[in-house]
Ligand binder design. Structure first.
Ligand code: ADP
Ligand code: MG
Length: 140
């Protein structure tokens, strides 16, 4: 399996509870390397654009609201099969269905406030990384 990069976001529910270190520890324990990281507050426009694929979903408005409710930490993760590896360590979207030991099982508050975002394909990862980071900001 090739070395890949993927985009991760530690969501406002997690920054609010001061558990970014605990989440980073899980990512690193899974063999992912944090090769770029920045804390920021998403604007409504940014969050809306980032989640544009969900525009028609009933939860879109609430999702944008919750993603702009506090700071996020955006990260580029690197490793063998990083896209799938990150999805595995994140766990299922709904924490009620997430496997033991996953970030969402251990930390998520609800299906919406589920602590982390992770790209779902190599193609989306490339796009999402570009959304937040310049090449020079990623140091592998
Ligand atoms: P994932 O983050 O696991 O890739 P999706 O891409 O389907 O999940 O959804 C994006 C985000 O939208 C989820 O992480 C969650 O915060 C929110 N979300 C998804 N489904 C629901 C839902 N049924 N109700 C409320 N929020 C949801
Ligand atoms: Mg998704």
């Amino acid at each position: 399996m090739a070395v890949e990069r993927t985009l991760s976001i530690i969501k406002p529910d997690a920054t609010r509870r001061n558990i970014t270190g605990k989440i980073n520890a899980k990512l690193e324990e899974a063999g992912l390397r944090i090769v770029a990281q920045r804390r920021l507050r998403l604007s409504k426009t940014q969050a809306g654009a980032f989640y544009a694929v969900h525009k028609k979903r009933p939860f879109y408005k609430d999702l944008v609201k919750s993603m702009t409710s506090g700071p996020v930490v955006v990260q580029v993760l690197e490793g063998e099969g990083a896209v799938q590896k990150n999805r595995d360590v994140m766990g299922a979207t709904n924490p009620a269905n997430a496997a033991p030991g996953t970030i969402r099982k251990d930390f998520a508050e609800s299906i919406e406030a589920n602590s982390v975002h992770g790209s779902d394909s190599a193609e989306n990862a490339a796009q999402e990384i570009k959304f937040f980071f310049k090449k020079s900001e990623i140091v592998g």
